[in-house]
Design a protein around this ligand. Structure first.
Ligand code: ASP
Length: 390
């Protein structure tokens, strides 16, 4: 949270267009460094003294992991295995039919097929594994771990990934829940221009009413309307450091709802959706994957921490690069949201979001357990407001 005043100044300067011509991501950081006597520049990049207020063990995740961080912390206390710990957090989220952004119950692609992406990185062995567009397997993060541990490959995709998982003993299943299937039918109804009515037509309402033919299903109508009109993203990233300073990370997702079959976002891409360097720390991302891929965000955040930035500042630097790609144009940046999460080897954590608020207008948070209890901690936002209305 240090430099908060300065950051707010930079953000409002960007918002007002003052920064558009002269300021760059590094420019904003250079300005911050000038007022911080512990900073110095090497090769044009700022180096700052390492933060020292971390706690180990520590585990952080996207907010949908909040209620599972206890399980991760228990693993860290019991065995110290950081890969087991991060999987203890994300596996129940993948299993949960009510989380429609990850695993079972995740919203499908435009063909009505759930395709999942995930990756893992294990600091102590410097190994990683990833899986993209896998179908029928509800725990892609575990598949990524098996790729990491039992093969000398790092990334399997599509049919090959599904076959590999089945061969390794994962059970194939239908990942569509009744609710996600009906949401997909409703999306199809409004998006197929020639043979179905549009979202705002009386016919669509009639069609939706026909789909939602029981009181339980009827209650889903507002949510269905929302996800049809605003294709959601959603993911869980989780990072852990144990008492000794060993680290692991995972990112797992069903990706962008209604995506083109085969679309893979940032989540399974080592260096974008996740990066862990045992010497430094780890970083992950949720939100609009395409924007993160363009700046290799996970790797960028870790490299900034290597140069001495705090986790929160490193996340903010990655967001600066995204903003720079849009020439600071808030009207276009408003079309998506993006979050970065970081945890360094000392157990210092931080996270930054492009926009401050969620869909409900409240500020958004991530989840942290530093040994005492699991709690929600606000992101450091770049802009005030809500992004992500496609
Ligand atoms: N980053 C994920 C993707 O683009 C989605 C998300 O996190 O919301 O696939």
């Amino acid at each position: 949270m240090e430099n908060w005043t300065r950051r707010k100044f930079c953000v409002s300067a960007v918002a007002g267009g003052i920064a558009a011509s002269a300021s760059s991501a590094f420019g904003a950081i250079a300005a911050k460094a000038e007022e911080n006597p512990s900073s110095k520049f090497v090769n044009g990049n700022v180096l700052r003294t390492a933060a020292t207020n971390g706690k180990r063990p520590c585990i952080i995740s996207a907010l949908n992991g909040l209620h599972h961080l206890d399980a991760g912390m228990q693993v860290l206390h019991a065995t110290g295995d950081t890969m087991d710990a991060v999987l203890a957090v994300v596996t129940p989220v993948e299993d949960d039919p009510n989380d429609n952004t990850v695993g079972y119950g995740g919203l499908p692609n435009e063909d009505g097929v759930v395709q999942l992406d995930a990756c893992v990185m294990h600091g102590p062995t410097r190994k990683c594994g990833a899986v993209g567009a896998i179908e029928k397997i509800k725990n892609p993060a575990k598949v990524a771990r098996v790729i990491m541990e039992r093969t000398n490959h790092t990334f399997l995709v599509g049919e090959g990934a599904t076959k590999f998982a089945i061969d390794e003993g994962f059970n194939p299943m239908n990942l569509l829940t009744d609710k996600s299937r009906l949401a997909w039918l409703a999306w199809k109804a409004q998006s197929s221009k020639d043979w179905r009515p549009g979202l705002d037509s009386p016919e669509f309402n009639k069609e939706l009413a026909e789909l939602l033919d029981t009181p339980e299903r009827e209650a889903w109508a507002p949510w269905i309307r929302h996800v049809v009109a605003h294709p959601p993203t959603g993911t869980i990233n989780c990072l852990a450091v144990n008492e000794k300073g060993e680290m692991s990370g995972v990112t797992t997702t069903s990706g962008l709802a209604w995506k083109i079959s085969g679309r893979v976002g940032d989540s399974p891409i080592i260096g974008a959706g996740l990066f862990v360097d045992q010497e430094v720390g780890g970083a992950g991302s949720t939100g609009r994957g395409e924007e993160n891929i363009k700046i290799a965000g996970g790797h960028t955040v870790v490299e900034m921490m290597r140069r001495g930035m705090s986790p929160a500042d490193a996340c903010m630097e990655a967001l600066h690069r995204v903003v720079h790609n849009y020439e600071f144009d808030k009207s276009r940046l408003k079309l998506f949201d993006l979050q970065f999460y970081a945890l360094n080897k000392d157990g210092v954590h931080g996270a930054a979001s492009l926009w401050s608020d969620g869909e409900d207008g409240h500020s958004i948070s991530y989840a942290v357990h530093d040994g005492t209890e699991a709690k929600a901690v606000p992101f450091t936002p770049m802009f005030q407001g809500h992004g992500g209305d496609y």
